[in-house]
Write a protein that binds this ligand. Structure first.
Ligand code: HEC
Ligand code: HEC
Length: 230
């Protein structure tokens, strides 16, 4: 991990005001209008707009692992759409992403979201340094697939899918996600700094996990993207 750049990104990320607990988690409404916007979106136009995003999110949406930028390739379009609107009205506070979202209409955002969804989930390489960092513990695998009854923790897979592929409406894919982003956003759910999850679903879960468990889950999900082809 290249620490200086990572801390710079963290500092930039923290520069905007934290959302308060009393505000609504999100103002996105899953009504016919939102569904139609996504249904009639133009991935071709989304691809053109995505040239503004590649610098941080990587070509086609697979981010470099050195920084805490999320991969958005293969992501559930409804989830991406919701996040962008949450950045726009600051229900998810992040200065840089808010300024990008503000340059886009809701239709542009739908086009981008659908284009990214058509890309494959991040490819996981097995034979580079990344493979060594991704030590997957039995504890992480158990939390992901079976949960922990003693803490009333549901398995992550119950919502995020057996292979971390995401699910209906707003549940994101986690497979192949950049572990430094994964860890960062889970810590933010845990502290309440990120509070745009409807019904506090992720805040409640993150609060019952230790920091070590979060790091191990980040490695687990980071290791299960699309396997690299020979
Ligand atoms: C200067 C770097 C930068 C650029 C350029 C950028 N982003 Fe981001 N983006 C970030 C960072 C950093 C985050 C994580 C912010 C956070 O923790 O909330 C992020 C988060 C996101 C998320 C949330 C992903 C998730 O998994 O929750 C989406 C969606 C997103 N960006 C889409 C875009 C799109 C679309 C564009 C182009 C219009 C774009 N970004 C341009 C840095 C950037
Ligand atoms: C009850 C359903 C549910 C369960 C169980 C669940 N999640 Fe989530 N998770 C969600 C939803 C919904 C979101 C999207 C929140 C939002 O709109 O920002 C989310 C978001 C996330 C994100 C942020 C993704 C991104 O790209 O920004 C991470 C990381 C995450 N979950 C990890 C986990 C882990 C690890 C577990 C298991 C310990 C877990 N989740 C269990 C529903 C769930």
């Amino acid at each position: 991990m290249k620490t200086p750049m990572k801390s710079l990104v963290l500092v930039l990320g923290l520069s905007s005001a934290a959302s308060a607990w009393c505000e609504p988690s999100s103002n996105v409404v899953w009504n016919a209008e939102t569904r139609n916007l996504l249904k009639n979106a133009s991935p071709q136009h989304g691809k053109e707009l995505a040239s503004a995003c590649n610098g941080c999110h990587g070509k086609d949406g697979t981010a470099e692992l050195d920084f805490n930028f999320p991969s958005i390739a293969g992501q559930n379009a409804a989830f991406t759409y919701k996040q962008m609107l949450d950045y726009k009205d600051n229900t998810r506070g992040h200065g840089i992403m808010q300024s990008f979202a503000n340059t886009l209409t809701d239709r542009d955002i739908a086009d981008l979201s659908v284009w990214y969804q058509t890309q494959a989930l991040p490819v996981v390489k097995t034979e580079d340094t990344r493979g060594e960092e991704f030590e997957v513990t039995g504890r992480a695998r158990k939390l992901a697939t079976r949960g922990d009854g003693a803490r009333l923790l549901p398995p992550c897979a119950a919502c995020h899918g057996q292979r971390g592929e995401g699910a209906v409406v707003d549940v994101p894919a986690l497979a192949g996600q950049n572990p430094s982003y994964f860890t960062n956003t889970m810590y933010e759910f845990k502290s309440g700094r990120r509070g745009n999850d409807l019904y506090s679903r992720m805040r409640i879960i993150a609060q019952s996990l230790s920091d070590d468990e979060i790091n191990e889950l980040a490695n687990y999900y980071g290791s299960i993207g699309t396997p690299e082809e020979d």
